[in-house]
Design a protein around this ligand. Structure first.
Ligand SMILES: Cc1cc2nc3c(=O)[nH]c(=O)nc-3n(C[C@H](O)[C@H](O)[C@H](O)COP(=O)(O)OP(=O)(O)OC[C@H]3O[C@@H](n4cnc5c(N)ncnc54)[C@H](O)[C@@H]3O)c2cc1C
Length: 373
């Protein structure tokens, strides 16, 4: 796929960073489930955080295509560690934060000094966001937030979270608001959740019964839903880029293994059935890549991108699942052992049809936008 010279140079920078800084940290982080916070600092110093964020806050002010390149390269080495370098939290702050909120929260995050999490999902509200139960009620000069959240990526290793809560439940869609909640606030409890993949990223169940100042309100009260929907358009493209990275990591491993593993006196890539698998994997990868970079370029051109973002998310996440599954078959026994990298990519890929809106929800949105429901 064609890239500009500048894009290819940036890809090389990201690839070298991933080999030097991400790869050596994988084993310990996957084994202990502890995210290496220093990685953020190192990425911040290298100018690889907040690639699309404005330069005045420490970002690079670059187009979305560059963000996708970085995510693809990092995730092709380790998706769990990569996901700590591109949080939704910082991107929401860029969109709706006040100057003071950007100074206090965004700048240190883009420098790699702090981490953020985005806490929307609840035990009874995943796809159905309006079923949220968390509330924020005025108390003193601030707000009392009460509720519980699930699966908040990075919450256990973050300094603050963006929490979605009802400030007026009767208004439903127009009653949801966003709050910046420091993770060390009294009345905030975060418990690490054990999970199948992305083991090097810490995921939290969050319990909230806390008071935050008036200045914690992010964006206007009641405006969370449109802000989240806009963020998700961008989030689906970057999510697709992450799926693409995992697909590529698995594909490279499978191609390499098939060229070395011998059975019955021949390399397994000499068997037509293995060649067919590899051809299928390469085609699925290319199809995903076309979707990811086409939607990113469309986003950069300022055109509406929701449909393309949903399709990219759908195609790339299914490609990641399919390619890692086929990769496991090519590795056979060697892939089933947990230390094997193909095994890690396979487990990581299982997340992608679920997160950032399930693929069933993407299909629903695609049908709605296409006017067929
Ligand atoms: C590791 C991990 C990290 C995550 N990180 C975050 C995070 O950082 N922040 C955050 O807020 N959330 C996060 N999530 C939550 C994730 O976004 C939700 O799991 C996802 O939105 C689905 O919600 P649910 O799990 O409650 O499934 P449900 O909504 O209960 O869906 C169950 C099934 O029903 C299907 N379904 C539901 N409604 C419909 C419908 N109308 N039409 C057709 N099918 C439907 C779904 O597609 C799915 O197959 C994370 C999840 C995981 C596993």
């Amino acid at each position: 796929m064609l890239e500009s010279e500048e894009e290819t140079q940036f890809r090389d920078v990201c690839r070298r960073f991933a080999a030097k800084e991400i790869a050596p940290r994988i084993d310990a982080a996957e084994r202990t489930g502890v995210y290496p916070r220093e990685l953020r600092k190192i990425a911040g110093k290298a100018g690889l955080l907040g690639i699309t964020a404005p330069e005045e806050f420490g970002g690079a002010g670059a187009p979305m295509v560059f963000q996708c390149i970085a995510i693809e390269e990092f995730a092709s080495v380790c998706a769990g560690l990569a996901s700590g370098l591109n949080g939704l939290g910082a991107r929401m702050l860029v969109r709706v934060g006040t100057g003071a909120q950007k100074e206090r929260y965004l700048k240190p995050t883009l420098a790699g000094d702090t981490g953020s999490a985005f806490a929307m999902t609840e035990p009874d509200a995943g796809s159905d966001v309006l079923a949220l139960r968390t509330t924020a009620k005025p108390e003193g000069n601030g707000w009392r937030i009460t509720g519980s959240k699930l699966y908040a990526t990075g919450a256990p290793c973050s300094d603050y979270m963006i929490v979605v809560a009802y400030t007026d439940r009767d208004k439903r869609r127009d009653g949801l608001s966003l709050f910046l909640v420091d993770t060390d606030t009294e009345g905030v409890e975060i418990h690490k959740m054990d999970k199948l993949g992305h083991r090097s990223m810490e995921t939290g169940a969050v319990f909230l019964d806390c008071v935050v100042p008036a200045s914690a309100l992010l964006g206007e009260a009641g405006q969370a839903m449109p802000n989240i929907m806009e963020l998700l358009e961008e989030g689906r493209i970057t999510h697709a880029a992450r799926s693409l990275g995992v697909a590529r990591g698995a594909l490279d491993l499978a191609v390499d293994y098939a060229s070395q593993r011998r059975t019955f006196g021949r390399k397994i890539n000499e068997y037509q059935i293995i060649q067919m698998k590899l051809a299928q994997m390469l085609t699925e990868f290319r199809s995903a890549k076309l979707h990811v970079y086409d939607s990113a370029r469309q986003y950069d051109a300022g055109a509406p991108t929701l449909m393309e973002a949903c399709m990219a998310k759908l195609v790339a996440s299914e490609a990641a699942v399919s390619i890692t599954d086929q990769g496991m078959r090519i590795f056979a026994g060697a892939g089933y052992i947990n230390e094997s990298p193909i095994n890690r990519f396979f487990r990581d890929a299982r997340l992608y049809p679920i997160s950032e809106g399930t693929n069933e929800i993407q299909m629903r949105t695609i049908c709605r936008l296409a006017g067929i429901m």
